[in-house]
Design a protein around this ligand. Structure first.
Ligand code: FES
Length: 314
């Protein structure tokens, strides 16, 4: 499948800063996807942003939907998306899925933080269709911060647990994980803290790695005060400057190279490359602590450098 142009046919305000967007696909194009998949929206700058696809009851043939949180300091994707009007056309990539629902398990536990609900809503839809047992925990700061609540109530019924940080319903990850069934998988999509805590609890409880599946929801706001550094391509010796506001991938692309990548959040592993010398500043959630400590591999979509230069093999 190739990129395609789609038309925005409806916008709904879910919360003061989350909008639901429904798009019409061209009739002639094939577009198949599964729960957990995302598309990339190509921005006017040529950059792209990943958004999980929503499997909503309201969708008709050749329609897709996404939910987008407007980030306070957005300089890219969410600001562009929230500026769109019905009738506008955008370019999207074909769907990709790095967060698949594993068939065959039962009593799955789905845990969402904030806008991380989007892939899990689609998973709940699939589990419902398959008459599978599951629970969906959805956490947010306060009542008006949760999106798609009426869809979820209709979809999940008593399988849905809503958690608000500002009252006594606040999510208790330890209790959820401790009480999950032996055969169930745990799917988490939310901010870094939620994923790291889930992973730590799972390790502490001795759960097998493959039982916990996660996708990081990373906002534009999380770009912090970074410093510039250099990467050198081992095979050619080419030296490329990575500016403070660029990822390694962005710098490589600007230099005319074609690195492999997908999620750009540090959770799919596709951009992983070998580090020949220099010290990476690991910011992914996919490498183990041992792999990070070895400093021999890194995810170039999110990780940066602690040294002035990294020599990498791409
Ligand atoms: S592109 Fe997914 S980890 Fe880098």
């Amino acid at each position: 499948m190739t990129n395609q142009i789609i038309e925005l046919i409806s916008i709904k305000e879910e919360t003061p800063n989350i909008k639901r967007f429904v798009f019409q696909l061209p009739e002639s194009k094939n577009f198949s996807w599964s729960a957990g998949a995302h598309i990339r929206v190509i921005l006017p700058t040529g950059e792209s942003r990943a958004y999980s696809l929503l499997d909503l009851k309201e969708l008709k043939k050749n329609q897709i939907a996404i939910g987008v949180l407007l980030e306070v300091n957005s300089t890219g994707g969410s600001k562009y998306m929230h500026s769109l009007s019905e009738g506008d056309k955008i370019e999207i990539s074909p769907p990709t899925n790095n967060f698949e629902l594993t068939d065959g398990s039962s009593d799955d536990v789905l845990i969402a933080g904030g806008i991380g609900i989007t892939p899990l809503l689609s998973m709940a839809t699939k589990l419902n269709k398959g008459n599978k047992k599951y629970t969906l925990h959805y956490a947010g700061r306060q009542k008006n911060s949760l999106a798609f609540v009426s869809d979820l109530l209709e979809l999940c019924g008593e399988n849905l647990y809503l958690h608000y940080d500002n009252d006594n319903s606040a999510i208790n990850l330890r209790s959820i994980i401790e009480n999950s069934s032996t055969g169930s998988n745990i799917y988490v999509c939310g901010p870094l803290g939620m994923i790291e805590t889930t992973k730590d609890i799972a390790i502490e409880l001795g759960l097998p790695n493959e039982k916990i599946k996660y996708e990081l929801f990373k906002t534009d706001d999380e770009k912090n005060e970074d410093e510039a550094f250099e990467v050198q391509i081992h095979a050619t010796g080419q030296i490329i400057q990575v500016n403070a506001d660029q990822s390694i991938i962005e710098a490589l692309e600007k230099a005319g190279l074609d690195p492999l990548y997908d999620c750009q959040r540090g959770d799919c592993g596709i951009c992983q490359c070998e580090v020949i010398s220099g010290t990476p500043d690991h910011r992914d959630i996919i490498l183990t602590e041992e792999e990070k400590a070895s400093n021999s591999i890194m995810q170039i979509c999110v990780s940066r450098a602690k040294s002035k230069r990294l020599v990498i093999d791409i």
